[in-house]
Design a protein around this ligand. Structure first.
Ligand code: ZN
Ligand code: ZN
Length: 118
């Protein structure tokens, strides 16, 4: 659907301002960021400002996301190290642990082994 230009009411146009969506003709077009077409410098400036604010926001979001990922990753590493140390400690201490503690676990392991063999 075509409309007439904001300033030249005798000219039909399909172009609309990227900010305020008012119809404008080729002659009235003001090029803004990303080759978008605007009706005025004011609209172009507004779009520029809001796009700057937007990229600012996404950059901050990305930084927060990266920080959260790094924190989650280091927590995972610490947990893994803890499990490895615990595993080795348990493995080294196993023969010295009282039989009433190791017995049930070993019989449980035997059961698992038998299950796998079946
Ligand atoms: Zn406009
Ligand atoms: Zn015009």
């Amino acid at each position: 659907m075509s409309s007439v230009c904001l300033r030249h009411t005798d000219r039909e146009t399909d172009i609309r301002c990227a900010a305020c969506l008012r119809p404008i003709c080729e002659e009235c077009v003001v090029l803004g960021p990303g080759n978008s077409r605007f009706c005025s410098q004011e609209c172009a400036d507004n779009a520029q400002k809001s796009s700057e604010r937007f990229s600012d926001m996404t950059r901050r979001d990305e930084e927060a996301l990266h920080a959260a990922r790094r924190a989650a990753f280091s927590r995972l590493v610490i947990l893994l190290l803890f499990l490895i140390v615990l595993g080795f400690g348990l493995y080294a201490a196993w023969p010295h642990l009282p039989a009433n503690l190791t017995g049930p676990v070993e019989s449980w392991f035997d059961q698992v082994r038998n299950l796998k063999l079946d």
